[in-house]
Design a protein. Structure first.
Length: 432
């Protein structure tokens, strides 16, 4: 940031009086989702993406009822239902077969389900939606600095190019945000555990309908997520997740692919048909995870707001990252449409999001050591008690509400933007 003079611009811009010039930093999930909604509302939207080529990064992801409701609102749900894999339950077992988790969406509401998606399918739908809505997409723009000009915000990228001025900046550049430093009250740390992901071709039905995981203490875990097709005409996939310490990545590669395959199959024999498809570690994605927070998630003097992982990165234990990002985008669009000024919109946005985000940040932070850590003593109470506790009606309901993405506190939950009946009927009509 240029610190030669205070960066102060007017935050009392009347949102409803004229279209805003909106700069969106990041083209992952929250960024293009916000771009779609804001462009449809009549604002001029420019999306700045650091990558030189627009392409998805990562493997499959699980979209929960909260995220599905936003995709429905965006008009992207029918296409994604046709590409994705319906997930009806979560099944977690120890290496010996002891059941640890057994949660079915239908136990929460008869028509609820999750949707396993190839990241390419979601990315393609969001990008296409943003472009169709009229957003301008600029690539190879790694925004590094912020300055002001004429009452607006100027974004300066790594090549010293200027973009703007903007009346509103939406920062959605992920867990490793280059602009998070603009708010001094943020906190970020990298988790000591990470994962290897591989997208395998689905060759049989053994994993259909279920996100399944196998645990060996807290140090080893493998997961299987049916994740549908990347696009029309492509094969259906299963995303394979392998837990490992962040600093063990190179040693795993050095030991060789054959040794890792033997270890994976030894933990979960059903993985053989999937991991046998891997020809090189280069086909796998190494994913580091971060824990970050900022409250509030907006700048107090500049019209800058943070969405998605840029504001609240967390571990994948509850599978909520993409869903929170989608809800962020929808809530921000609503607050801007309803408020009399950007300041009022930011305050309303914070009030709406703080409980939801705080619950999942804390829950993910608390849950992670029970599944990914060196605290092996935690595996015994987990393996013995978790499934038993889930049989208690109130506990089971809280687990299901957490899975569905609707919890806002220990004793509170939110609704979703649409009717789950619509999703279920659409899925059934598609023949899935």
């Amino acid at each position: 940031m240029d610190r030669s003079r205070p960066l102060r611009v007017r935050l009392d811009t009347l949102v409803g009086v004229r279209p805003l010039r909106v700069g969106v930093v990041g083209c992952g999930i929250a960024g293009p989702a916000a771009a779609i909604l804001l462009a449809r509302a009549g604002h001029g939207v420019t999306v700045l993406e650091r990558a030189p080529v627009l392409q998805p990064v990562g493997a499959g992801l699980l979209v929960q009822p909260t995220g599905l409701s936003v995709l429905d609102r965006l008009g992207l749900l029918p296409r994604l239902l046709s590409l994705g894999s319906r997930i009806d339950r979560l099944d977690g077992r120890t290496r010996s077969g002891r059941r640890v988790l057994d949660l079915a969406y239908a136990d929460l509401a008869p028509r609820h389900f999750g949707l396993g998606l190839h990241r390419g399918a979601l990315f393609g739908a969001l990008l296409g939606g943003a472009m169709h809505a009229g957003a301008e997409i600029r690539v190879d723009c790694e925004v590094e600095k912020v300055t002001r000009s004429g009452g607006g915000v100027i974004l300066i990228d790594a090549t010293s190019r200027s973009h703007g001025p903007f009346d509103l900046v939406v920062v959605a550049d992920g867990a490793r945000s280059s602009l998070r430093h603009l708010v001094p009250w943020h906190r970020v740390r990298r988790y000591p555990w990470a994962a290897l992901w591989f997208v395998a071709e689905r060759r049989d039905a053994k994993f259909d309908g279920t996100l399944s995981q196998v645990y060996d203490g807290t140090r080893r875990m493998i997961g299987f997520l049916p994740s549908g097709r990347a696009s029309e005409g492509r094969s259906a996939t299963v995303s394979v997740f392998w837990s490992l310490p962040h600093d063990a990545h190179e040693s795993v590669r050095s030991a060789g692919l054959a040794a890792w395959k033997r270890e994976a199959i030894g933990l979960a024999p059903q993985a053989e048909g999937l991991v046998s498809q891997i020809r090189s570690f280069d086909e796998c994605t190494f994913a580091a995870y971060y824990d970050s927070s900022m409250t509030p998630c907006f700048h107090r003097e500049l019209p800058i707001v943070f969405l998605g992982d840029a504001a609240h990165a967390m571990s994948p234990q509850l599978g909520q990252g993409a869903n929170l990002a989608l809800v962020d985008a929808a809530e921000l669009a609503d607050c801007l449409a309803e408020a009399s000024s950007i300041t009022a919109a930011f305050r309303a946005y914070h009030a709406r999001r703080v409980g939801h985000v705080r619950y999942y940040s804390r829950a993910s932070r608390w849950l992670t050591p029970w599944f990914q850590s060196n605290a092996t003593f935690l595996s015994w109470p987990r393996d013995v008690l978790m499934h038993r506790l889930s049989r208690v009606e109130w506990v089971r309901r809280q687990m299901l509400l957490s899975l569905a993405g609707v919890k806002e506190g220990l004793m509170s939950s939110r609704g979703v933007f649409g009717s789950p009946g619509v999703w279920s009927e659409a899925m059934q009509a598609d023949g899935s």
